[in-house]
Design a protein around this ligand. Sequence first.
Ligand code: NI
Length: 388
Amino acid sequence: MKINIREEIKNIREDIYYYRRDFHQNPELSFQEYRTAQTIEKHLNSFGIKYKKNIGKTGIVGELNFGDGPTIALRADMDALPIQEVSDLDYKSKNNGVMHACGHDGHMAILLGAAKVLSQNRLITKGKVRFIFQPAEEGGGGARYMIEDGCLDGVDEIYGLHLWNYQPLGEVGVKDGPIMASADIFDIIIRGKGGHGATPQGTIDAVVVASHLISMLQTIVSRNTNPLENTVVSIGKINGGQNFNIIADTVELSGTTRAYTDQNRNMIKTRMEDIIKGVAEAFNAEIILNYKEGYPPTINHEIPTENILNAASDVVGKGAGFPYLSMGGEDFSYYLQNIPGCFFFVGSAPDKKNILSTPHHCSHFNINERALLVGASIYINLIENILG
Ligand code: NI
């Protein structure tokens, strides 16, 4: 399959690779993207693009103004992860224990590449392009702070992408409606009554309570969810007990839930509360649920999704916009709760035969850098189609 990179993007290919490698070498955690923001400012200055800084704490919002017409926003996230990079790359992370292990370095490079091309070529005849560099996607909900600071004011449509190592180069994943899930977090504390392992009578064994509870929580997905819809309830952490012959008085659990609709999201929470109440009663234990709402589901809008399909098919060919979904969470969802837009995936697996070799959030994560050119070309096509 042939990939059609825009000529303007080909011409600045080395710049785009440089942007990404520079960010990769200097990763910063959520809301600490100070050097990152300075670097973005430097590049926007060199393109002659006006911007505001300290939006949403460490975010930057740039804008190209071509007069009357729609305002289209393109968004890149800026933050890295608390992971020690394991790699031989000459642009490997210089910051101990911090790594761009999700590809946000690439998202910024794509957006800067698009900004450079749009500022230097006469492709736009009307309207405005807003470049949103957003901090703290990895759990901090930076999008909400950006919105509070007015980054969406006057914006008609917003677009964002994620480099995606679960798909090979040349594939673009997009669909109308839900594309990523809600991502809520919960902690559960089970309090029973300890005692000697040989005399369980009179105790309330928190380990036994926990095992029943864990099994019962699995029925939310298997028995309460419509089998044609998708939900996840995962318990990732369990902690309790002191010794083999001591009955545990406390067990703590932590986990996450995922859903594509508010209805299922609420259903999961209500069922968790009901099950916990029932199990606590059955065992005469005390069970406390601390349920924290994370990012809402990311729900694409119809016309913007068509716009991405059109823009992408000129780059990777018709039919490349496969209807991809992920149960991952994304704070781009907050933008889509406010205005129309579309979030999509750009295949970036470095190894076509073994696309699971470098998953996101792993210590040897890396991308196929040509995916940067694919992403930037899609953005240029999109803006030209709407504002050309
Ligand atoms: Ni990410």
